[in-house]
Design a protein around this ligand. Sequence first.
Ligand code: ADP
Length: 226
Amino acid sequence: MILLDRVTKTYNKNGQALERISLHVEPKEFVIIVGPSGAGKSTLLKLLTREEKPTTGKIIVGGIDYETLKDKEIPLLRRKIGVVFQDFKLLPNKTVFENVAFALEIVGMGNKEIHHTVPRVLDIVGLKGKEKRMPRELSGGERQRVAIARAIVRQPRILIADEPTGNLDPKHAWDVIRVLEKINRFGTTVILTTHNQEIVNKLKRRVITMQDGQIVSDRANAEYRS
Ligand code: ADP
C-alpha cells in the first residue's frame, strides 16, 4: 500500500529532514508514528500527500509511483488519501452536514447521492442527529469526528491522522481513536501520529519511532518507550 525506498528530504542546506527512510505499510495496517518534535514526522506525511517532493528516493502509494505522477493526477491521488489534522480545519460557517458534503460537491457528486452518503458517514463517526449543528456548537471531539467524516466520505484507501487528539481531553481523544479503529476495521489503512503515550500503549499496534530524520525503531504490538 505504501512503499518508501531510501527517501531523503532536504529543505535547505542546514540539514536533512529525512535521511534515507525505507518503509513498507501493508493494506489495512494501523501504524502509529511517534518521535520528538523535529524528528521528521510531518515531513514524512507531507511526502505521502505530495505536499512536498522527496529530494531523493522512491515513493509508491496505492500503486502510484510518485516519480511519474503528473501534477494533474494529484487530485486523484488525494482522493485515495484522507487527512485529518490536530486543528480540525472545518469550515466555520457551514453545518456538520455541509462540511462533509462539501468534500463530495468539489468532486462533482450529485445532490441525491450526497444526501444518501453523508448521513451514513456521520453515523459511522457517531454524529447521527448533529447534521444541522455548526462547528462552534460542538465539542472538540465532535469537531474532530466531523473532520474524520469529511476525510473518509470519498472512501480513501489510506487515512492519515496527524496528531488528531492533540487538542482534546482524554475522553474525547479516545472517542476519536475508537473511530479510527473502526475505520481501520472497515479496511482503510490508518497512519496516526501522536505524542500521547497512553494511546500508543493501549492500542498495541505497529509503532514506528522517528528521530533526527531517521526511523530508529519499528515494532509490532509495541508500547512507547521515551
Ligand atoms: P516533526 O513533524 O517530527 O516535528 P518535521 O517534519 O516538522 O518534524 O521537521 C523535521 C525537520 O525539518 C526539522 O528540523 C524542521 O525544522 C525541518 N523543516 C520542516 N519543514 C520545513 C520547511 N518547510 N522548511 C525548512 N525546514 C523544515
